[in-house]
Each structure stands twice: as C-alpha cells, then as structure tokens.
Design a protein around this ligand. Structure first.
Ligand SMILES: *Cc1c(COP(=O)(O)O)cnc(C)c1O
Length: 402
C-alpha cells in the first residue's frame, strides 16, 4: 500500500476542492487499482514483536487495529480534510456520532455552550437532555440574531454550535460574525455543515474552528450509508477528538467509508445541479403555497447573507401549506413521483413532515420555539427533471384541494 503517485501533501494540498473530491487521499496497493480498495479487516499482522511495540508507541507508521485506523477509512479522512482545507479529519459511524463526539470530546462538567435553537432534532436531544446530565449547561439562542450569541456568553462558555442552513426552518447563521465573536472570547465554534457540504459552503475559510458532517447526506448523496465526519486543526482532532473516538469507538466501517469516498467523486456535480433544480421547484411553489422557506430565493429575508457565504443555497428547503398537520400529510400521501422519506441529500427527491418525523422527539414547545409548524413540509430536491417534480407537487396540491 502506498500513496498514489504524487500523493504528497505539498502537491495535493494545492489542488482545488473539486479535484480533491476525486483524487485527494488516494492510496494504491501494488495492484495499482484505479478505484479505492476496501480493507475489510479488524486487525493487522506484523513482521516481528518489536515493530508492534513501535507502532503502538507511535514511533513507526502503520495500523494496529481498525478501531484506531483502517486504510479505507484513512483514505476518506484524508480526502475530506483536503476538500475542506482542514489540517485533519476523523470520520464516525453516523452524523450524530460526529456531532456528539465533537461536543463530548471537548466539554466538561461546569462548562457552558450556546447552540442555535434551530437544529437537527437529535442534536437538540443531546444538548437538552444528555449534556445537562453531565453538568454541561446549554443556552439555545435564535441563531439568526448576532446579538443573541453575544448576550449568551458567560465566563465559562466553551463552545458555539450551529448548523446553517438549519433543519428544517432554513435559518441562516452569519458564519463570519458568529465565529469571529467566538474567537474573540476563546470559544470553540463548531458548524454542522450537512445541509451544504464543502461543495457549497466552506466554514473554515469563514472563521469556524471545527466543521462537522452527517456524511449520510450530500456526501454519500445516494441514500446508501450513514456516516459522520469532524474536521479541524491537528491539535483539536489529534488531542481532543481522537482519544475520545479511539476509546469510545463510534467508528465508521470500511465499507461505508468506501461508499462515501465514491460519493465524493460526484459531490460537486450533484450539489450544484440539485441546488439549481431546487430553485426551479422553489420558484414554482412560491406561486402556489402561502409560505416558502428557501434562502436561495430573493424573497427570503436572509437571501443576501446566504449568498455571501454559500456558492448555491443547496437542495433542501421547507414550505407551509394551509390546514396544519392533516393537510401536510395529505399532500405527502398524494405524491406520485417524490418519495415520502425523512432523508435528505439524496439524488432522489424526498419529502417529509418534520413535526411528526425528524423533530418529533422534541416537545411541542421546543418545536414552536424553533419555528417548526404543523403545516410545514420539507423537500430534498434530487436530480430528476425539475419539471416532473413541479408537475407532481402541482397535482398533489390540487388533489387535496390546495
Ligand atoms: C442527518 C443530520 C444529522 C445526523 O446525521 P445521521 O447520519 O443521521 O446521524 C445531523 N445534522 C444534520 C443537519 C443532519 O441533517
């Protein structure tokens, strides 16, 4: 096993992100395979006992056990780090393993963190229920309000955490301003970039310290595997995240790592095309339903901010129909092309009712505070012809009397 020809960081780190997505981090065996190899192995054997000891001591390169490292997994980690422009990256078994690892590896009892209130449901479960059990205090704020972040800071504030665009209300956080505020106060800023991916938004370049992913979403992009990733400085990844991850074990399987590696090769194409399709579908819905929450559209109050920090606004947005939960569910049931599914980032168009699915673990009060209404529907726009998606939505709305 050796790095692909020319795969030394001095050269590869100069490649642009779209090149990294196809080539970054590739290792090749003596067979010279063009597609990355899958190493389905839990252990490794050694020439002699001394070299095992040297590997365990970190004095010799080489792997010791797949909870600590695996060649296929390492290829993915190097590729994501190069795409992201991060010093280092580690991948996890799911997006939630990534989010919880980023928090738990860094925070201790007595610390305080601030989170943008509009967040993925399980992320809020971790911050509302799990962290307080370990003496970590959490303040949710309206992530769109820069002053709210400033006002929430306490002497023991250690972390800012937010996603942008946020699920499912599509709130946008001003990455530059909020991360600059964090840095000023010695607070670690962590951005969940799952809705955008590095193809559309590059938080580290905008001042974030750590970027975390559900690689399940746009990075796999075809709805196949769950995966997570955390990117940041070598110090954060090697000294905080890695000891946590190696000892608690939320690691990614080599097979899933391989699937994501292959997904990354088409990430740029998919993210751009799905974003363009989403704009077409969004423009149609604006004429058809009372409210569309899509920062990619000029009608969105945060459109200018969005376009100042994103290349495209992504494939996911929400809209509201009149008639609450019953009508929202009726629209889903009337679809004939778009699938009812709570996943996102897939090349297939998918729709869900967040209040009864992705955000059902939250109390009605928390949902209301986040702006998740009963009539809200979220759509992931895929790679189908957008006119077919528009036709499907139009007939579904008509069928239920909207
Ligand atoms: C899906 C998602 C997660 C969680 O990822 P899993 O792979 O499902 O665990 C976290 N954050 C955001 C924004 C997501 O969309």
């Amino acid at each position: 096993m050796k790095r692909d020809t020319g795969q030394n960081r001095a050269i590869t780190s100069k490649w642009r992100p779209a090149t990294q997505a196809v080539r970054g981090g590739t290792w090749r065996s003596e067979q010279g395979e063009t597609s990355e190899a899958i190493f389905v192995t839990s252990g490794y054997s050694y020439d002699d006992a001394q070299s095992v000891a040297a590997r365990f001591a970190g004095e010799e390169p080489g792997m010791t056990y797949s909870r600590t490292q695996n060649p296929t997994v390492q290829m993915l980690e190097e590729r994501i780090a190069l795409m992201e422009g991060a010093e280092a990256c580690r991948v996890q078994a799911s997006g939630m393993a990534a989010m919880s690892a980023a928090m738990l590896c860094y925070l201790s009892a007595g610390d305080h963190m601030v989170i943008a209130r509009a967040a993925f449901g399980p992320t809020r479960w971790v911050t509302d229920n799990l962290l307080p059990r370990f003496g970590i205090e959490v303040t949710p704020v309206d992530g769109r309000d820069n002053d709210a972040w400033a006002k929430a800071i306490k002497p023991n504030t250690k972390m800012f955490f937010f996603e942008t665009p946020a699920n499912p209300t599509m709130d946008i956080v001003d990455i530059r301003a909020v991360c600059a505020l964090a840095r000023e106060h010695g607070i670690l800023s962590v951005v969940d970039n799952a809705f955008a991916s590095s193809a559309l938004q590059r938080p580290l370049e905008l001042g974030a310290d750590v970027v975390a992913y559900a690689a399940t979403k746009l990075m796999d992009g075809q709805g196949r595997v769950l995966a997570g990733a955390v990117c940041g400085s070598a110090d954060f990844i090697n000294n905080k995240l890695l000891p946590y991850q190696r000892n608690t074990g939320p690691i990614l399987s080599p097979f899933s790592a391989w699937v994501v590696l292959k997904g990354l090769e088409t990430l740029d194409l998919r993210a751009v095309k799905q974003s363009e399709n989403a704009l077409e579908v969004g423009r149609f819905l604006e004429q058809r339903v009372p409210r569309v929450l899509f920062p990619g559209l000029p009608s969105h109050p945060q459109h200018a901010l969005t376009m100042s920090q994103m290349r495209y606004a992504g494939p996911i947005f929400s809209f509201e129909v009149e008639g609450g939960r019953d009508k929202a569910m009726a629209v889903l049931n009337a679809l004939s092309l778009i699938d009812i599914s709570n996943n996102i980032g897939d090349a297939k168009s998918l729709m869900t009712h967040p209040a009864s699915t992705t955000h059902s673990s939250l109390s009605p009060a928390v949902r209301a505070d986040m702006g998740v209404t009963e009539g809200m529907v979220r759509i992931n726009v895929g790679l189908e012809d957008p006119q077919d998606l528009i036709d499907d939505l139009d007939q579904a709305l008509t069928q239920v009397g909207l």
